[in-house]
Design a protein around this ligand. Sequence first.
Ligand code: MG
Ligand code: MG
Ligand code: MG
Length: 322
Amino acid sequence: MADVLYVVGHKNPDTDSVCSAIAFAYLWNEWRKSGVLAKMKMPDLEAKPVVQGEPNAETKFVLEKFGFSVPEKMTDGAGKKVALVDHSDIAQTVDNYAQAEIVAVVDHHKIGDVTTPNPICFVNFPVGCSATVIKYLYDTTGVAIPKEIAGLMLSAILSDTVIFKSATTTPMDKEAGEALAKIAGVEDITKFGIEVKSKLSDVSGMSVRDIIMRDYKDYNMSGKKVGAGQIEVIDLSLIEPRKEEIYQELVKMKQEGGYHSIVFMLTDIMKEGTELLVVTDEPAIIEKAFGKKLEGKSMWLDGVMSRKKQVIPPLEKAFAGQ
Ligand code: MG
Ligand code: MG
Ligand code: MG
């Protein structure tokens, strides 16, 4: 029996990090059978997808839809061989990262701070989704994508690119998505995308803290602590009844966490824009970042859907006084 290669996405898993772990583990095992691993002198390991935490409702829907169970949980990397998908940051990876052996990284973000003593399989493209990178790896190594895995990869792409509407979307994501939809037997991609994205739109049963923390990150901007969260909904009216409650919670979090500012994106997928809730010591910095005045507690940002591309960079600039 070969040793196990644990293929794992980031903490607080999203659909891409779970589905890409499954898709890359399958690909790795095909590489093993067909001699690709040997040819590239990559270690002869049996890949197994794992998750670092409970998948969200969207991911669970997708797994069930294509006949997969939730991968086993694995949070401690000590003494294990791991392949990272959808991240390369120590803060987002397995615990005891220093005692793990990183064998591969497949990602679509900025390069993080993980490092290895030896050369490894490291593939990163600036595309909208890790599954798009993995599709490229299947194609270039001549591995056929099974129907069910194609469904997972398509779902990951639709999730990460917000049905190809996010500014992070590239033509390669669209091409990959269309090809995967054919394999998966998904006829109406947009309709399926809305079905996938709507699974996280229902916040009625969630606590306000859970709504905020589901997709929330801390940043250091020129020495100031800034928090930025996001919720993407099919229609903002779904979140309207909870808006005031969310705002009050942000005020509380700001005090408790010693933040300079917290921004929270209420993103309307269909309208393709974001209502940005803002709590801050200096409204002028936030207003400068987006070139708009705050109207009460928020501002509407037309066409803004990506935190990574459209919210963090202008904020960082404004905080740097540029
Ligand atoms: Mg992700
Ligand atoms: Mg991703
Ligand atoms: Mg995301």
